[in-house]
Design a protein around this ligand. Structure first.
Ligand SMILES: [Ca+2]
Ligand SMILES: [Ca+2]
Ligand SMILES: [Ca+2]
Length: 439
């Protein structure tokens, strides 16, 4: 009986990867027409992580932002996006690029991995110490995307369950052949509710899976409807899916330098529709955790877009140990991307720079981000977590930790336009000089 199950899983794995491989090998499937730089001007990143050391689970921790709202700092992340020549709904390039008739419907997107500048954040936690999280592109792995420029031809939402399954292959078990494997399933209202959405490559490697895009290579494309994307409601023109292959790198301060502590997957399966993920892991702390975010389509001139994502990795093996280190991770967020020449300090993302943006700054004026250098004269005595003075291994100048007197709840990264971890008059000036500007 056990052998039968193992064979079934093996067949499933082969099927998934046989289908996915040709698309990735020939990316992009149409010549590039133009490449532009896009800046993340707003959004959030919200993650919950639980580490397990030698079978002992640590308390779940909000990362990468431990003590404050999960907004990202405007204009601190970016990437190039290449657009292919436009193709009609039959996949044939339209005039003047080819003989295709009918309107343009499909554009392929590529994000060169070397152009990706992603999130980097420092925080202090009682559990992990003085810690830096960096998201990095997987070397050599370009991002892939699909843009549908006609209304009603695609349904791009991503509704997934992330869980784990026993490894169908025999031991000995270690990081490259772990006893359990994270797996994703489509879930309601996906048209393929209950069937596999993504299974990691196998044997274990640094290649992480994205949702399966179907035999036509077009996620959510309604004329073929051969994948699990969508919520049953066709989406507007400008709807899109974008896969960014990122990994997480966690470093700790050892007294003189940042030292690699552990790394793991942080792939971003992004959609302009709704991204939904629920963790199904009975008995584990993250069981039942939901992340859900909604994006917005590209505008007709490709000036801006909002992508949403939600995903997780459950029982992901990081180290053979001792101690064996395992990770449960669920994350989600949004990224509003604006073409670099069009960027304005619109921090509340309503496409206008006005008094509402100033009010965001005013509400958090004077606050300091977790992990930011402490201001001159800062006295940590009485701050709580460290009764002070700071331990000798803390870097100089001291960094403020997650204490309500100085940092935390009132810090709003949307207002930190110069990305220095302090919200002050310079951030107001950065908005004031473009007051009235619109996207
Ligand atoms: Ca939809
Ligand atoms: Ca605004
Ligand atoms: Ca600032």
């Amino acid at each position: 009986m056990k052998k039968k199950i193992a064979l079934a899983f093996a067949g499933l794995l082969l099927m998934i990867f046989a289908s996915f491989a040709p698309t990735t090998a020939q990316w992009p499937p149409a010549p590039t027409l133009q490449t532009d730089k896009y800046i993340v001007t707003g959004g959030e990143m919200d993650a919950l992580v639980q580490l397990e050391l030698g079978g002992l689970p640590l308390p779940p921790l909000n990362v990468p932002f431990v003590s404050r709202a999960p907004y990202v700092t405007p204009q601190a992340m970016w990437q190039n996006i290449s657009f292919s020549i436009p193709l009609n709904a039959s996949g044939v390039p339209v005039a003047p690029y080819g003989p295709g008739t009918g309107p343009a419907a499909i554009v392929f997107l590529t994000v060169p991995w070397m152009s990706i500048k992603s999130l980097e954040h420092v925080f202090f936690s009682g559990t992990l110490g003085y810690t830096r999280i960096k998201l990095l592109p997987i070397p050599g792995s370009d991002g892939m995307g699909w843009l549908y420029t006609l209304p009603g031809i695609a349904d791009v939402d991503i509704y997934a369950i992330n869980t784990f399954m026993p490894n169908p292959y025999p031991g000995p078990y270690n990081v490259t052949n772990p006893p359990q494997i994270p797996i994703a399933l489509w879930t309601s209202p996906s048209p393929m509710n209950g069937t596999p959405a993504a299974i990691p490559s196998f044997p274990w490697s640094t290649t992480y899976p994205f949702p399966y895009i179907g035999a036509d290579g077009l996620p959510g494309f309604l004329p073929t409807s051969d994948d699990g994307f969508g919520d049953g409601v066709p989406d507007p023109a400008g709807s899109s899916v974008l896969f960014l292959p990122l990994q997480m790198s966690v470093e700790s301060w050892n007294g003189t330098a940042w030292e690699f502590t552990f790394g793991g997957p942080f792939v971003l399966p992004m959609t302009t529709g709704t991204a939904f993920d629920i963790v199904v892991a009975p008995g584990r702390a993250l069981d039942g955790t939901i992340k859900m975010f909604t994006g917005a389509p590209w505008d007709a001139n490709k000036k801006f877009v909002t992508y949403a994502y939600a995903w997780s990795f459950i029982q992901y093996y990081l180290s053979d140990g001792p101690p064996v280190v395992k990770l449960d991770l669920v994350y989600g967020g949004t990224e509003k991307k604006v073409k670099d020449v069009d960027v304005i300090p619109d921090i509340n993302c309503d496409n206008t720079v006005n008094i509402l943006d100033i009010l965001v700054v005013a509400a958090s004026f004077g606050s300091i981000d977790e992990g930011a250098p402490a201001p001159p004269g800062y006295d940590p005595t009485g701050e709580g977590e460290w009764p002070g003075p700071y331990p000798a291994y803390m870097p100089a100048p001291w960094t403020v930790d997650a204490q309500p007197n100085l940092v935390g709840n009132s810090f709003d990264a949307r207002a930190d336009l110069d990305n220095n971890g302090i919200i002050n008059i310079l951030d107001i000036v950065a908005i004031a000089v473009q007051f009235g500007a619109t996207l």
